[in-house]
Design a binder for this molecule. Sequence first.
Ligand code: AMP
Ligand code: GLY
Length: 428
Amino acid sequence: MKVLVVGGGGREHALAWKLLRDDPSIELIAAPGNPGIAELGRCESVAAHDVAGLLALASRVNPALTIVGPEAPLESGLVDTFRSAGLAVFGPTAAAARIETSKRFAKELMLAAGVPTARARTFTNAHEAKAEAHRLGAPVVIKASGLAAGKGVIVATTITDADDAITMMLEGNAFGAAGHEVLVEEFMSGEEISVFALTDGTHILPMIAAQDHKRIGDGDTGPNTGGMGAYAPVSIETAAVAMAAVNDVFLPTLRAMHEAGAPFTGLLYAGLMLTSNGPKVVEFNCRFGDPETEALLPLMDSSLLDPMLIIANGGSLAGMAPLRWRTGAAVATVVAAGGYPGKVRSGDIITLPGAERDVMVFHAGTSRDGNGSLVTGGGRVFVVTALGANIAAAQRLSSGHAERIQFEGRQLRRDIGWRELARGAGTS
Ligand code: AMP
Ligand code: GLY
C-alpha cells in the first residue's frame, strides 16, 4: 500500500515512522520529506504548500492514503482538491480547517456551542479594540485572527502593551492580512496541555495528553518558539479532565462544526488551559502538533494507520476500541539551530551519535549539502524522543542523546518535563 505524507518536519518523520511500525509493507512517499524520512521511503521535491504539484504527484503515484501534516496546505484546500479527485486523504477541508485558521470563527463557534473558553470579541478598528482592552484591564490577550506562524498571540501584562499590540496588528500590518482582524480576549490562568483526537466528524478516538514547552530557555524563560520539547503522559490530565475534554470540548465542537456545514475530519488538537473552573480551550489546531506528536506516537500501542484509513475513506469510528498506550513516559527534546527563534544559521555540518535503544531521532530541519553531508536547514533541526519507565528516566535519555548531536550554534533545553518532575509526578 502506498502512503503519501505531506510535509517535511519532525512531525511528519514521526508519522511516517509510526505508520511503518503499524504496517512495515507500506511504500512511503513524502513531499517534500527530509533526510530522516528518506531513510524510510522516497522523498519527492514538491513543497507542502504546492497544491497543484501535490495533486500531480498523487495522480502519478495513486496513494491509498494521503496524510497532510502542516496547516498551510489545509488552509489552501488540499483536502478539498484531493477529495474531488477521488483520493483518500486524512485531514480537514479548508472550511473545517477554519477552526485553526480563523480564531474568530473558532471563538464564535465555541461561544455559540457552550464550549468552555475565554470570552473574546473581534475587532478591525483599533480604537474600538483598545476600548475593549481597557474595559477588560490587564492582563489581557490580543490575538491576530489568521495564521501567524504561532506568533500572533500577545499576552499583554499592561494596558500599554495591549495598546501597542493592537496598533502593531491593526495599523502596523505586523502579521499582514492575518492580523487585520484581532481578538481581544480575557486572560486565563492555569497550566496548558495539548489533547489530540482522531475523528470521523462525529466519533472520536482521544489520545493521551502531552505538554509542550514553548520558551527557548530552561525553566520556561526567554522568547517563544514553535516548541522546544514535549512529554507525555501528563499527570494533571486526570480522568475528570479527560472526560471533560471529550464531553465538554470535542463532542460539542464536532456537533457545532456539522451544524456550521463544515464537518471536521482528521486530527483535532485542543490546547486546554486547566483553570480553577475546569479545562478551557485556548486554541484549536486542525492537525497534529509539533513536537507533541514526536512524544505521543512512540508511546502509542494501537495502530494509527487503521483509524486514519477509515477516516480518509469517509468511514465511521463507531465501536472502535479506545487507543492503547505503552506504560512509562516519553520525552521529546528539540535540538535547534543557532539563532532560533530569530534568524537562524543553516548549512552547518551535523555529527550524529550512534543509535541508542529507546531513542528515536526525528529530523525536523536537516538537509544534504552538495557533498551529501547532513547539514542544518531550519530552526528546529531534530527532535530526540526517548522512552523510559518515567519522565525522569526518559528526560535523562532524551537530553543525553540530544547533547551528543553536534553542530555549530546548537541549542537545546535539558529540562523537558520539568513541571511533571516539580509535581513529584514523573519520578516513579
Ligand atoms: P495560541 O497561539 O492561541 O496557542 O496562544 C499562544 C499562547 O498564548 C498559548 O499557548 C497560551 O500560553 C497563551 N494564551 C493564549 N490565549 C490565552 C488566554 N486567553 N489567557 C492566557 N494565556 C493565553
Ligand atoms: N506545539 C504547538 C503546535 O503544534 O501548534
